[in-house]
Design a protein around this ligand. Sequence first.
Ligand code: ZN
Length: 657
Amino acid sequence: MENLWNENDCKDSDTLSCCAYGSRLLGSDRSLVLHGGGNTSVKADWQDVTGEVVAALYVKGSGWDLASIEVPGFTPLPISRMQELLRLDKLSDEDMMAELSTARLRPDAPQPSVETLLHAFLPYRAVQHSHADVILSLTNVEEGEETVREVYGDSVVVVPYVMPGFDLAQLVQEAWSDQAHSGTTGMVLLHHGLFTFAETTREAYSRHSDLISQAEGFLAQLPEKNRSEKELSGKAEVTLTALASLRKKISDVAGSPMILSRQTNSEIQSFVNRSDIDDLSNRGPLTPDHIIRTKRTPLVGRDVDQYAQEYTDYFERNNQRSENDLTMLDPAPRVILDQEFGLITIGATGKDADIASDIYKQTIPVLERLEDQRSGYVALGEEDLFDLEYWDLEQAKLRLAGPRKEFAGQVALVTGAASGIGHACASELLKRGASVIGIDINPETETIFSGPEWLGNVVDVSDEDAQIAAIRRGVERFGGVDMLVAGAGVFPSTELISELSIESWEKAMDINVTSVARLFHHLAPLFALAPAGGKVVVIASRNALAPGKGAAAYSTSKSALTQLSRVAALEWAEHGVRVNVVHPDNVFDTGLWTEEVLTERAAKYNMTVDEYKARNLLKMEVSAQHVASAVVELCSNRFGATTGAQIPIDGGNERTI
Ligand code: ZN
């Protein structure tokens, strides 16, 4: 582990901002800290409103990630109160969290970490804690404790596994009084992680780096046992409907739509093809913290029902010994290992699937190393793992993400997503929790939105192969396609029929109708597998109902598009897929309608620009957002009984009413 501390980045005088800096260094190394794992603290003065100085512990608060933590992410607590709590013989988790919450010196500070008392106890100013995978590589074997001793001698305190919280703080106090001395530089928690401490964050970080490097050195010199390598194929192309069917099954078992994300590479393929994959992968997670993201075991293969049954049995077995009557979490897996698919991770959102993926990709090399180079991978027992999985303080980490959004777990494909109505629809879908595959000819499409729920593709909709490739990318990323908003379209230049050029006619038909027919054709089998029912909304036009002179190609193409959608509504109803059409009039809040074009058009009708924009019965300007709100609403359950409908979004027009 490289020591990345840079003197210029941190003034030693300000201990809290230095602690935040050191925390970010630790958090930026994904082999040390993943998704909310790990925490840090510093002991420093707090000056209260009367000017009195209180000795305080500033500890990482919940909801902050070490990789991006700032000063406000640390919660100040009076050390004297922490010491009083440490002297208790017994303290329940609920009471401990209530006490920590009450003791905050700043009421708007985040909830302090469940490992707060441990930080308060350690008799050093600065403390750093990680779940480093190399430490787990030392400890997750039968002879874990001996190995830690072999690597570190007596320079670290070794603590057996116990659930984080008050019990762990107590166990650490005992271990400390037995083992600590002036040369102690760290503390290894078996099956959990590493603590280092010193008088400055800089030194605590440097000790972390030294101890991790020592572990890396030890692991690097282990000989590789002989393992028969299988001949591996590259990234196999799988049938999209096979992936989508698996997603449907998982979603049914989970009770709500889920995102499935598939990854393969040679390491993953080699892992899933191991002859001992069933046994090795089913022993449990690297560190109990991972369980809320990955569940205790992955599903090996595709028998979702059997997995759900085994999960239910595991729950019932362990619920019997629990004091409270617990409610079972959904029994669907979060990780699937399959010889053909590779690694599939699952979550209510793309983000959750990514977190499970990050954790499992970190897990694979550790499992293989311990199995192939050491005495064999050993995880914690089922009871310890269950207790952590169903520990309210652990589940609270998931609740920080907020309630499940309306379209969470559902996947929409939006064409024309980089501008105008398509862009507004994609934005509204993302806001309401959908994962969105965007298609547009605009070269910026990939980055027009950001975040894990967006997958932008630069595609000309008239290019069928490019469309198919984008669908494949989308299904590999999210597991299926449930909704389509067909927003891409062209308005060819105004031409009377007597002057009509066949090129512009064909272009209008190709982009406005044929490309949608092709999309329908390729997406139909996926819609039929949508866990919450397929939904299609087609952006047609007021012109389909009220054509205009000089717009033969456009009006005809939008009419044909409407008719195509009506046939789809008829054909797909038996699969629960709803198809509806909206007919917007011009929306002016797009790049096409520059001030210049508007002025010219308005002049043609002898109107001011404002009059021109509002030439409808309601005398209002129709915006892309009006259209997007209606489109996304049509995808919602509130329109669950509507298919084959055509809705004008034009401010009211005498010719269409
Ligand atoms: Zn921890």
